[in-house]
Write a protein that binds this ligand. Structure first.
Ligand code: HEM
Length: 588
């Protein structure tokens, strides 16, 4: 539709007073304006209000058009108004051609205007640039081609920088990479980025989260109280402190005597059994008790937890593909069943048992404290106590067990490094003493091996989703409010400007050069207000488990094993499932 001469007159008047280049070529292309009008005019600035007033005289003081101008950038506003002027004028002309000013036509014209306004508004929400997305599927095909979201983010970071937008199934998400941008996002703008949204993940979680947000999915104001409470009380219960050591060592003892027969002809797979041990350690804090590995109810809960993580991962992918999202229903129904009929009822049963012997004057564990708070503090409830416990199990057991499995795999792949670790253990602890967490202070090599394991394995590769609660600028780019943020953890953990040969397993990197910088950039637990709540516990568990296993056993892969250190990415970056052989120390 050619622009009317009136529109152009307004635009030229503006251009005559404006210091910005009024890009006729763009207008010509975008609004099909006559070529004769193209060319660039450069002139002096003129106020936005003055220009709008001039356009108003063509548009007849239209309040709706004015409202667009308020919400838009100046340049966009000009284009939008010019566009709308063309449309309005063409509607006018068309209406004049028709006989009579029929109300129906007026309404249609109004509807067209509303549609145009809607289009302008929705398309003018500015996101940082990013890889071109296809209709409906967005960037899913490129993620598939890159083989993982981690590779995809790293490839596009090279093109679009530390802040770029991707689209998955019609939803725009902003990927933030690099320590500087993450620091800006999660620390300097913590108040606007520390919320998670019930929009994240599946509908099941959304629905449950409204009533029982637990801890991980709790939105910002509610989360603050629950997190503070859980963190303080878990610390009092011994999280990350020496009083917790005995319970962890006891669990390791139970695990090794149940599952490890040091027998070179009998490989074992720790994928399903290790989370039982790490889950039991959390149980000690939450319920003040551990469960026997052959306890059927406990096993049912562990199997359900494992399956449910896989289902959430599947549902998250399916949710992103329009038209086939109906397939997600069966996945969700199964996940819902596992949570509502297996995991939460089991936890509720333990809570009921606790209630019977609860002494408000002498709380024994986190559950007692949550029950007392449910009766006395706003924002706490008995039903949410079950979800808080569930979130601690879900967030803390598989992550720690997976990291430990990575550490053992690296030891099998690097027997020279394993020998240095064992030498350090022999020198600092000996063969007969149980390890203590404070030993890590004088075991720099073993400490470096664990740090390198966490760095390279990047277990929670895109962290947990954060949401913006206001428009913010990161690295000079605007991220609109209510946007899901993906944290590209590999951009920090595998940053080659800090870690030379970042994909090589080299623990000695933490013993030379700028060690402080390397430790600061090793952030597998995230940073900021919403960083991992269980970091101190996880570090203690990893050290005690790893050192005890290396102290007692030699490890290797069965000769026929084809396992590599390429990760399998689901919700977590996992090692490939592998069998491992344990033998008594010195046997190999
Ligand atoms: C090696 C083991 C672990 C790793 C790598 C890990 C990593 C993470 C990461 C990356 C986050 C998200 C941070 C963010 O949103 O910015 C997180 C959150 C969380 N983690 Fe861990 N974690 C581990 C172990 C644990 C343990 C043992 C516990 C339990 C005591 C735990 C409890 C939590 C909780 C409750 C949250 C949610 C915090 C919140 O939303 O406020 N994690 N973890």
């Amino acid at each position: 539709m050619p622009a009317s001469s009136d529109t152009w007159k307004a635009a030229e008047e503006y251009a005559n007073f404006s210091s910005t280049k009024f890009n006729h070529k763009l207008c010509t292309k975008k609004f099909n304006m006559p070529l004769a009008m193209s060319g660039e005019l450069v002139a002096e600035p003129m106020s936005k209000l003055l220009f709008l007033d001039k356009l108003d005289s063509f548009l007849g003081k239209n309040a709706l058009l004015r409202s667009i101008s308020k919400s838009d950038s100046f340049d966009n506003c000009i284009y939008s108004l010019a566009h709308l002027t063309c449309r309005t004028q063409s509607i006018k002309q068309n209406m004049e051609l028709l006989e009579g000013k029929d109300a129906c036509m007026t309404l249609s014209a109004f509807a067209v205007l509303l549609l145009v306004i809607y289009y302008v508004r929705t398309h003018c929400k500015r996101y940082p640039s990013g890889p071109r997305a296809l209709p409906f599927i967005g960037n899913l095909h490129q993620i598939r081609r890159s083989k993982s979201i981690v590779n995809f983010c790293e490839q596009n970071r090279k093109i679009y920088g530390d802040v770029f937008t991707i689209e998955i199934g019609g939803t725009k998400r902003v990927v933030v990479s690099g320590y500087k941008a993450m620091h800006e996002l999660l620390i300097l703008h913590a108040d606007c980025t520390s919320t998670r949204s019930i929009k994240a993940f599946t509908k099941t979680i959304q629905e449950d989260s409204k009533v029982n947000p637990g801890l991980v999915w709790a939105p910002f104001p509610q989360w603050k109280n629950i997190r503070k409470f859980a963190f303080t009380e878990l610390k009092k219960e011994g999280m990350g402190k020496s009083i917790m050591e005995l319970q962890i060592l006891e669990e390791i003892d139970q695990y090794t005597s149940t599952f490890i027969q040091p027998n070179l002809s009998k490989p074992i797979n720790m994928h399903l059994t290790l989370p039982q041990a790490t889950c039991n350690i959390i149980s000690q804090l939450v319920f003040g008790r551990r469960f026997e590995y052959n306890d059927e109810e406990f096993n049912r809960m562990m199997r359900a937890l494992n399956e449910s993580m896989g289902l959430i991962s599947q549902a998250t992918t399916l949710r992103n593909i329009p038209f086939i999202s109906f397939l997600m229903k069966s996945v969700i129904m199964r996940e819902q069943h596992l949570k509502r009929d297996v995991m939460i009822p089991t936890i509720r049963k333990y809570i009921e048992e606790h209630k019977k012997s609860l002494d408000p004057a002498a709380p024994r564990d986190l559950i007692d404290k949550l029950l007392i708070a449910a009766n006395s503090q706003h924002g706490f409830s008995e039903s949410n106590a079950a979800f808080v416990s569930f979130h601690l199990y879900a967030a803390g057991s598989e992550t720690t067990a997976t990291t430990l499995r990575w550490a053992l795999l690296f030891m099998c792949k690097h027997p020279d490094i394993k020998r240095i670790v064992q030498l350090e253990i022999d020198e600092q602890i000996g063969l007969d003493h149980a390890a203590s967490y404070k030993d890590h202070l004088h075991m720099p090599y073993t400490d470096a091996v664990l740090m390198e394991t966490m760095r390279i394995s990047n277990v929670v590769a895109t962290s947990l989703p954060h949401y913006t609660s206001a428009d913010i600028f990161i690295d000079g780019k605007m991220i609109p409010a209510d946007t899901e943020i993906l944290l590209n953890m590999a951009s920090v953990l595998h940053d080659e400007t800090v870690f030379e040969d970042p994909t090589k397993f080299k623990p000695e990197r933490y013993l030379t050069g700028n060690i402080a910088l390397k430790k600061q950039r090793t952030i597998p637990f995230g940073i900021g207000k919403r960083a991992c709540l269980g970091e101190s516990l996880a570090k203690m568990e990893l050290f005690l488990f790893f050192v005890t296993l290396m102290q007692k056993y030699d490890v290797c892969l069965p000769p026929e094993s084809a396992v590599t250190t390429d990760p399998v990415t689901t919700l977590l970056n996992m090692p490939q499932s592998y069998d491992i052989l344990f033998s008594p120390r010195g046997y190999l």
